[in-house]
Design a protein around this ligand. Structure first.
Ligand code: HEM
Length: 438
């Protein structure tokens, strides 16, 4: 059977995809219905229909190949994200225990410390871009909780290296060339990126050596992975693979969280009724003494879920079909074709979310959405490994900010959404004035 309909011009579609995939997907769905076919980095069948999303997320990973975009695999190196099938599953198993709820409990105080350290640098009257503040806080949190570095000097060294790495990865030419899959070593954006990555790799190798020399008292994911042994007693992962996995965590977990922290501040401060409900729920919680208590608050939980429904940072969850064909929405997709579950189309479907353009946390208290109706973290065997870590982080950062500080939101209109580096985020800054301690 032929593919679903879609625009003819691959070139125009690619440009639109790089600029603003939400606008492209919305226009295609209106014109062609769901599913449709569009050229992003490759020809891709796109759907937001929960029944089709279910077919994608429940297919075993053996149905899919690893990423075919060579530039992306160069960026991610030997991490499990570049693998598929059993090797992907095996490596993921080593990385993820430290990111499940029970592994994360001990990391909550570090999230508080990173947020408080940032607040201490603010003076009343400062105008803050909450996405940039989110970038700084999420970075500090990753260095402490994922890279297992807690001393001030070590944090400062990694902060500089990560900033440099982040600047290289958010370079516009680097972004466009890598989405299009045409980045190679001869091009300056790739050369600059590689140099920054090598520098960061060097620091991570140093940390691994320090952990091996003195494992006592080390917390965080890296320390846990370094201590993980295979059945034969040998380290479960080679050091260079651990390092590539850490860099993947940084790429996947830093800006996604930062954007969500920025949006959460916008939603909390733009609507006094929502702000009052959050504050009422937080009133009896000792956020800094017992940060884990934030994890069971129903309204805060619904609020964070709604923040991730509205303008999810990742626009599409992509899979490449392997040797075995896969049927999606009545179409038989064959080897090397791409299929994508479109988070944006599902999350703004009025049949699933009435008044989808209204931010309303209560909808998550009134009903439970299935894993194919609500999936800001993707789904199936490749679901985001940070899907417990990130909501925990957003809740703790937000709770500390709201309980400690007074802010005035300076945006008079909701920011538009656009491509920010690899992800989707606000086009205009989310500007707040820090008014002082609460
Ligand atoms: C609000 C924050 C975040 C959002 C919205 C988000 C979203 C996503 C999405 C949509 C995927 C693709 C899943 C799929 O293909 O089904 C993904 C994958 C991934 N994410 Fe996240 N993420 C976030 C935070 C994090 C954090 C904090 C970490 C690390 C601590 C992380 C690590 C990863 C990794 C390693 C993958 C690849 C998984 C694989 O290949 O098996 N993410 N994320």
């Amino acid at each position: 059977m032929s593919l679903p309909p879609g625009p003819n011009s691959a070139f125009a579609s690619r440009l639109k995809y790089v600029r603003n995939p939400y606008a492209l997907f919305d226009a295609c769905r209106r014109k062609y219905g769901d599913p449709f076919t569009v050229t992003t980095s490759m020809k891709t069948v796109i759907t937001g229909d929960p029944a089709a999303v279910r077919q994608i997320f429940t297919a075993p990973t053996e149905h899919f190949k690893a990423l075919q975009n060579k530039a992306q695999t160069r960026i991610l190196g030997d991490s499990f994200t570049s693998l598929s099938g059993p090797p992907h599953r095996a490596q993921r198993e080593i990385v993820t225990p430290g990111l499940r709820a029970e592994g994360l409990r001990g990391l909550a105080p570090m999230m508080v410390d990173a947020t408080v350290a940032r607040i201490e640098g603010w003076r009343p009257g400062d105008e803050l871009d909450m996405v940039e503040e989110g970038v700084a806080m999420a970075l500090e949190i990753i260095v402490r909780t994922i890279f297992s570095v807690e001393d001030a000097e070590g944090i400062a060294a990694r902060r500089v290296a990560i900033r440099e790495f982040g600047d290289r990865i958010s370079n516009k030419s680097f972004l466009i060339l890598s989405i299009l899959g045409i980045l190679n070593d001869a091009l300056p954006p790739m050369a600059h990126f590689s140099a920054a990555k090598e520098n960061l790799r060097g620091l991570l190798f140093d940390t691994i050596r320090q952990i091996r020399a003195k494992p006592e008292g080390r917390r965080g994911l890296l320390a846990r992975i370094v201590g993980t042994r295979a059945e034969d007693g040998q380290p479960a992962m080679a050091d260079s693979v651990i390092v590539d996995n850490m860099i993947t965590m940084l790429i996947a977990g830093h800006e996604t969280s930062a954007l969500s922290i920025g949006w959460s501040m916008y939603w909390a401060l733009s609507n006094p009724e929502i702000y009052e409900k959050l504050m009422a729920e937080l009133a009896d919680v000792d956020v800094e003494g017992d940060p884990h208590a934030t994890q069971t608050l129903p309204y805060l939980n619904a609020f964070v879920r709604e923040t991730l429904r509205f303008w999810p940072p990742v626009p599409d969850v992509i899979r490449v079909i392997g040797e075995e064909p896969l049927e999606v929405a009545g179409y038989r997709l064959t080897e090397n074709m791409q299929v994508a579950a479109c988070v944006f189309l599902t999350h703004f479907n009025p049949e699933i979310y009435p008044d989808p353009y209204v931010f309303r946390p209560e909808r998550h208290l009134e009903r439970r959405y299935s894993a194919y109706e609500y999936y800001p973290f993707g789904g199936g065997e490749r679901i985001c490994v940070g899907n417990t870590f990130a909501p925990m982080e957003i809740k703790i950062v937000l709770a500390v900010l709201l309980k400690r500080c007074r802010f005035t939101l300076l945006n008079t209109r909701m920011p538009e959404v656009t491509r920010t580096r690899f992800l989707m985020g606000p086009k205009q800054p989310i500007l707040c004035r820090y008014e002082g301690a609460l």
